[in-house]
Design a protein around this ligand. Structure first.
Ligand code: MG
Length: 201
């Protein structure tokens, strides 16, 4: 066993509360992956949703938008929290009555949807509509998560909403980026971006 110096021990023991944008994105990707969800799964939902309205949507833009959503601090906390609650419910770590309500994904519970609603509106109110569409129609991976979540010992109560909401927010970003590009076709307008809608090419 490697012996650590006192300084190394202090560094190791130090609490970590603040993460960089890149770290938050990577940690979110890792956490979602450990729960069976890839960036592509969410990008595909965004693609399916936005390609109904524009022929300029690309999978690449959808992937970049999912990654952008995953890099924000609020989203970081929401993803990490959601994944932990589901995992703890699978480990039966909650007390009565929350253990059964969470594990069995009680339809009237609602806090999972509230979290999803909050996240989905990140790039505009239309994200909330996008989230509702994904939630009701169980698009793409959402149907799979929903089915797997019904098995004994598997809890996807928060995961399905958080994944649907990330896809909805990314889908909204795609719409915002495409509208920005459309507006910029007017030569009288110059590029200034305070909203993260101008894509780096
Ligand atoms: Mg749910």
């Amino acid at each position: 066993m490697v012996k650590l110096s006192i300084k190394e021990k202090v560094i190791k023991m130090k609490k970590r509360l603040i993460f960089t944008t890149e770290e938050m994105k990577e940690l979110n990707i890792k956490t979602l992956k450990s729960r069976g969800v890839e960036v592509n799964d969410m990008a595909e939902i965004a693609y399916r949703q936005q390609s109904k309205y524009s022929s300029n949507v690309t999978m690449d833009l959808c992937i970049r938008s999912v990654e952008r959503v995953l890099s924000f601090r609020d989203v970081f906390h929401q993803v990490q929290f959601a994944a932990e609650v589901d995992r703890l419910a699978e480990e039966k770590a909650f007390k009565f009555p929350m253990q059964d309500i969470l594990h069995d994904d009680l339809g009237l519970f609602g806090i999972d949807e509230t979290l999803g609603l909050d996240l989905s509106g990140f790039y505009g109110v239309i994200g909330i509509t996008n989230f509702g569409d994904i939630d009701v129609n169980k698009t793409g991976i959402i149907a799979k998560l929903n089915e797997e979540g019904k098995k004994e010992g598997v809890c996807h109560t928060f995961l399905d909403d958080i994944v649907g909401a990330i896809a909805a927010a990314a889908s909204t970003r795609v719409a915002q980026v495409l509208n920005e590009e459309l507006a910029l076709e007017n030569p009288d307008y110059s590029k200034t971006d305070i909203y993260d809608f101008i894509e780096e090419k």
